[in-house]
Design a protein around this ligand. Sequence first.
Ligand code: PEP
Length: 264
Amino acid sequence: MKQTRHRKPVIAANWKMNKLIQEAVSFVAGFPKDPEPDQKIEVVICPPFTALQTVAEALRGTKIKLGAQNLYPKSQGAFTGEISPLMLKDVGCTYVILGHSERRHILGEQDTFINEKVQAALAHDLIPILCVGETLEERRQGQTETVCRSQLLGSLEGLDAEAVKKLVIAYEPVWAIGTGVNASAQDAEETIAYLRRVIAEKWGDEAAAAVRIQYGGSVKPQNIAEFMACANIDGALVGGASLESDSFYEIIQGARRGSERHEV
Ligand code: PEP
């Protein structure tokens, strides 16, 4: 049976700490203004903070959305070096990546702090792209579900079902990020279906059916369609392969094809 996808998939580019302003300008100049004419897929670009303003201007008048890669959970104040949700709204962001594994593992971010960030993002009308995922060691020990469940529930503590419906969650196994070794579509689908069940238990079926859950980890033009053909996978968070406009565009096109193949 072929079933129409009722959630709008999101393909998001995470540029991480890459691209000077001029490189960001060149990327956008070489990228189609209308990469998804049917509007069946949401396209998001998350540049580093220093390029947000420039990319915001370049994307004006297009349907491509702007995202940031982090925020500090206060509107303003004495927080030297930090960027607030108010500032991200001001520059034109719609999305913000939170709880990325590089921030969890390199900067030691914990679920309680990520939870404050999720709440702050929602309070300022920013859509969090909340990342969860297990390390290779945790996977080998059979802890994938336990770890992802704990990160998910810890990061979403105190949210109601209406808030949960607005989120994008990215299941990103740490061992697949930037390694060239992606999870199989079947493994990603199983873990994402599990996360949807956790959401259903805690916030109800409606929230679980509405929340968008992406896969992230070595997504490329060659493998995106397989992920998108899975019933529970609503797009991808893309690091390395989003740095070149051609490959990011090919991923969007592959996502369209995969989405059309989506069967249950
Ligand atoms: C990421 O940065 O979230 C990511 C998934 O990176 P990559 O696509 O390079 O694995």
